[in-house]
Design a binder for this molecule. Structure first.
Ligand code: HEM
Length: 701
């Protein structure tokens, strides 16, 4: 009996041992499939951890690759977190146009709960009354054109400071035997920090040498670093209490430091307000937040000092790295695409010149610059997956069942590379935007670097102004060069994912100041060169291209050598004009060369005339020929030397050239120019009077 029982038990238990788990797996898979059959497609995840290991250090790139296998809407599971990824303009349009209210909450990571940051934050707060109040206050400060326009001078000041720092840093590098190379991103970040600091707190927070500034920047950099570290506690909530990777502990420390610094500014202002007798005229954002007085029906009566501190800190997070990384990418692309750099430079030269400072009001006249910024944001959106959204309820999106609390990532980086929307999507071609109505304000879903819908970036008007202004100023103020050793690393577009998407190897380039007030060798000579009146040259010197070219070249060299325009260089004998001490030798040398070239041209003409005389040459007469004929025939009864001939030619050529240069020089140059024109006319009149006088004298005798 016993043995039978044992045998029977063995016969039943052995298959059960193997079959039961199999059965469980089959049933579990069936149940799972029926529950997920209306989810978007995506790679199968591992039990418990899901797809956590499918994404690496640059998740937007990994997701972009998955698009080719699974299509534009992908489903993933990170531990227990359901995630939907949107990767095409069409899917984004559907999300933002028809489902925005369902997906307008934020997914808050564990680390951003440090110091209760998420409770005061605008970017991370739930879609509700608090968010609405703060958003409205921010919009009126950062989006309303009148308010943004009124602060243009502050931004222009910060950008000008940046160019000064770059110049100083480059000079210091040269002085210590270096190449003058600077790491642009450093100064861009300082500049954008100060822009935010001026708008929020009416103060420059950072000077490159300031200790307090350095401490703040350091704390902020650590906060940014920890805020994007992948944290297992986000995906496996039962580990939250343990903080197994120590990320939250570190964040508490650095966030605490940053909040403490901002809190000091806030407290200081609160004290000032208590003691101020009169109402402040120019209110900054801190005043607006502190003075908020709601009716309490929708949202709070007022905003606590703690939350004011968090909001101000957030503006530094949100507004500094985004703008500075965009400008750095734009510079990288322009340095890798010299043709685009040339075009944007020419546009700035012709519209603004070197003499005037770039101002925000100039931007409408710079379509190519605008196209460069759009193209940069298409290829390098600083927040490539936007800020994660959270589904507020169960919904049906594009035929898929999306449960409440699903995290939604919109891959703006992949959308900017969508082959159906963009020709040659991986190339940098600003021209694609010229004459097209494609904007990045959240209506054209193929270009959404600022996001779209209710949670679209609240600072985009400010961000776009800073990017355009700073980029135009960098291009106007300096000629940028990359050393040979650096060229490969500039062209290396490898990305690093922090709070924004940055270039892994920061851009380092050598700036050379294009200084208008000290005379601008390159610009002035370019203008001179391009405006040189070819017709006059032809009339004066004939068709011979070398003659025209040589004279043009000399005039160009004169300007280049001087770094400006000075009459004395052409006519050293004119003593009334200012010439700098120590430059006499150079001046005489240039004059000798000019003389020598004119001699060559005159000799060439004489030879040609001889050839025509003996029937070996042909050609019509130019002014020089006429003058030489007059000289040869002795038609004048007064001495008419080759020197006189050369003087007439030079006067005619220079006058026509200068007459065509009307605008764009600095005031000093304009004075020289007037003097020069005046002198030219005077010499011409003197020469003619001499001519007439001599002629009448000889007539009389
Ligand atoms: C080139 C510059 C900038 C870019 C590319 C950028 C991009 C973004 C993106 C993609 C979002 C998320 C949008 C979404 O979820 O749909 C965002 C949100 C936000 N941005 Fe910007 N941003 C820039 C500049 C700024 C500036 C200058 C500020 C303020 C000083 C700012 C403040 C914010 C805030 C507060 C949010 C959260 C809005 C909310 O959740 O309601 N941003 N930004």
């Amino acid at each position: 009996m016993e043995s039978w029982y044992s045998f029977t038990w063995l016969r039943v238990s052995v298959p059960l041992t193997f079959l039961l788990p199999l059965l469980v797996v089959v049933v579990w898979t069936k149940v799972r499939n029926s529950a997920t059959k209306r989810r978007p497609p995506g790679p199968t995840g591992w039990p418990v951890i899901g797809n956590m290991f499918d994404l690496g250090a640059t998740p937007h790139q990994d997701l972009y690759k998955l698009r080719f296998k699974y299509g534009p809407v992908i489903w993933l599971k990170f531990g227990s977190v359901n995630t939907m990824v949107i990767q095409s303009p069409k899917a984004a349009a559907e999300l933002f146009k028809n489902h925005d209210s369902t997906f307008c909450d934020r997914k808050v990571t564990e680390v951003m709960r440090s110091c209760s940051y998420n409770q005061g934050s605008l970017a991370l707060s739930k879609y509700g009354p608090y968010w609405r109040i703060i958003r409205r206050l921010c919009s009126s400060e950062l989006l309303v054109s009148k308010r943004v326009n009124s602060t243009a001078a502050l931004r222009e000041k910060c950008v000008q400071n940046m160019t000064r720092w770059i110049e100083d840093d480059s000079k210091a590098s040269r002085a210590s035997g270096g190449s003058g190379e600077v790491q642009i991103s450093r100064f861009l970040l300082l500049m954008s920090f100060n822009v935010v600091g001026n708008l929020m707190l009416s103060r420059d927070l950072l000077e490159p040498q300031s200790d307090k500034g350095r401490e703040f920047l350091d704390a902020m950099e650590m906060v940014m670093e920890f805020s994007v570290k992948p944290n297992v506690a986000d995906f496996l909530p039962f580990l939250k209490w343990m903080d197994p990777m120590g990320i939250k502990r570190n964040m508490e420390h650095h966030m605490g430091r940053a909040l403490k610094i901002v809190a000091e500014f806030v407290t200081e202002r609160v004290q000032q307000k208590k003691h101020a007798g009169t109402e402040k005229v120019n209110k900054d954002f801190l005043d607006v937040l502190l003075e908020y007085d709601g009716d309490g029906k929708e949202g709070p009566h007022n905003i606590s000092e703690r939350n004011v501190t968090i909001i101000i800190l957030e503006m530094f997070f949100a507004g500094s790295e985004t703008t500075s990384s965009t400008i750095e990418w734009a510079m990288v692309e322009l340095l890798c695409n010299p043709d685009s750099m040339r075009k944007v430079k020419e546009e700035i030269n012709s519209i603004i010149g070197l003499d005037q400072k770039v101002e925000e009001k100039n931007m409408d006249e710079l379509p190519y610059l605008q196209a460069v910024v759009k193209e940069t944001l298409r290829l390098h959106p600083p927040v490539p997956l936007l800020v994660p959204r959270d589904a507020t309820k169960d919904s049906n999106y594009m035929g898929y069942e999306i449960p409440k609390n699903t995290q939604v990532l919109v891959n703006a980086w992949a959308i900017g590379r969508d082959a159906e929307s963009w020709d040659d999507p991986l190339s940098f071609k600003p021209e694609r935007f010229l004459g097209k109505n494609i904007e990045y304000y959240g209506q054209h879903f193929e270009l959404i670097p600022f996001g779209s819908g209710r949670r679209i970036c609240v600072g985009f008007a400010l961000g776009e102004r800073v990017v355009h202004l700073a980029l135009a100023t960098l291009i106007q103020s300096f000629d940028w060069e990359v050393s040979n050793a650096r060229s490969p690393e500039i062209a290396d577009m490898t990305e690093r994912m922090g709070i924004t998407l940055r270039k892994l190897v920061p851009l380092k380039a050598i700036p050379t100041k294009r200084n208008s007030t000290q005379g601008s060798p390159i610009n002035l000579s370019e203008i001179l060169y391009s405006l040189m009146n070819t017709i006059t040259l032809r009339a004066a010197l004939g068709k011979k291209k070398e003659d025209q070219g040589t004279l043009k070249q000399l005039l160009k060299e004169v300007v280049d050598a001087r770094g400006g325009f000075e009459v004395g260089y052409f006519f050293p004998s004119i003593k009334i004009l200012p010439t700098k001490t120590g430059q006499k030798a150079k001046l005489e040398k240039i004059h000798r060369e000019l003389d020598w070239i004119l001699d060559g041209i005159v000799d060439g003409h004489k030879d040609r005339r001889e050839a025509i005389k003996i029937g070996e040459g042909k050609g019509s007469e130019d002014l020089l020929d006429v003058l030489l004929r007059v000289q040869e025939n002795g038609e004048l009864e007064f001495p008419f030397t080759t020197e006189n001939v050369k003087a007439i030619i030079l006067v005619v050529v220079s006058m026509s050239t200068l007459a065509s240069i009307k605008i764009g020089f600095d005031p000093k140059c304009r004075i020289y120019l007037r003097l020069y024109k005046f002198t030219m006319v005077a010499s011409y009149i003197t020469f003619l009077s001499k001519f007439i006088l001599l002629k009448s004298t000889s007539d009389n005798t």
